[in-house]
Design a protein around this ligand. Structure first.
Ligand SMILES: Nc1ncnc2c1ncn2[C@@H]1O[C@H](COP(=O)(O)OP(=O)(O)O)[C@@H](O)[C@H]1O
Ligand SMILES: Nc1ccn([C@@H]2O[C@H](COP(=O)(O)OP(=O)(O)O)[C@@H](O)[C@H]2O)c(=O)n1
Ligand SMILES: [Mg+2]
Length: 205
């Protein structure tokens, strides 16, 4: 709980992130669409810090935090962890990075994520990079990802696809209605996808 003094010194978003200075790009797309792969490429060329919500949640499980078991169970079921938990992890990582340009990968994944992030941080994304990929291709990629993830099995993958369609796509549609979505054909080979991504980032300052 922050005190009144904390709130006064740290600002409305409870931290040191000035919403006027911070540049955020949300990177969205179904499970296996290539978000993490492309974010790694973008970081190398355009000076952003990559924050994967899924990676932060998995690190939180490993750290033995009191939320660890809850997070682990939700990931195994393909469910979306309560925003409060994920946003705290994102804010901490943003503050610790020392950077002011962020690729936020795999977040916001539902309406609750989106609204809570805006409320808490007052940060509006510059744009949303959306990787479009057919389910069969995403399934093939996830089943051969080989990162030892507990959610890369066919049963959980099906649940994640369902959550993506029901909860995550509406968030993309929300930003699309604000003209903020830049859509990429993510079914192509990695290099070709990155060529399309580069065009978008090269136009930014
Ligand atoms: N364009 C692509 N073509 C083929 N395989 C890809 C492509 N992009 C990523 N992959 C592979 O697919 C798997 C999922 O990619 P990843 O970047 O982890 O996706 P996401 O973060 O969206 O789940 C990884 O094994 C990755 O190497
Ligand atoms: N905003 C988020 C992002 C991920 N997650 C959880 O973390 C899991 C893995 O997310 P991820 O982004 O690493 O998965 P991929 O899309 O990269 O395959 C999701 O299926 C959710 O269970 C979440 O709860 N909230
Ligand atoms: Mg990923």
């Amino acid at each position: 709980m922050g005190t009144a003094v904390d709130a006064a010194t740290k600002g409305a978003n409870g931290g040191l992130l000035d919403p006027k200075k911070v540049k955020v790009v949300f990177v969205l797309g179904g499970p296996g669409s290539g978000k993490g792969t492309q974010c790694a490429n973008i970081v190398e060329h355009f000076g952003y810090t990559h924050l994967s919500a899924g990676d932060l949640l998995r690190a939180e499980i490993k750290s033995g935090s009191e939320n660890g078991t809850m997070i682990q169970n939700m990931i195994k079921e393909g469910k979306i962890v309560p925003s409060e938990v994920t946003i705290k992890l994102l804010q901490k990582a943003m503050q610790e990075s020392g950077n002011d340009k962020f690729l936020i990968d795999g977040f916001p994944r539902n309406e609750e994520n989106r609204a809570a992030f805006e409320d808490v941080t007052k940060i509006e994304p510059e744009f949303v990079l959306f990787f479009e990929c057919p389910e069969e291709e995403m399934e093939r990629r996830l089943l051969s990802r080989n990162q030892g993830r507990e959610d890369d099995n066919i049963e959980t993958i099906r649940k994640r696809f369902r959550v993506f369609l029901e909860s995550s796509l509406p968030v993309v549609e929300y930003y699309d209605s604000k003209g903020k979505v830049k859509k990429i054909d993510a079914a192509k080979p990695v290099g070709e996808v990155f060529e399309a991504v580069k065009v978008i980032f090269s136009k930014q300052d």
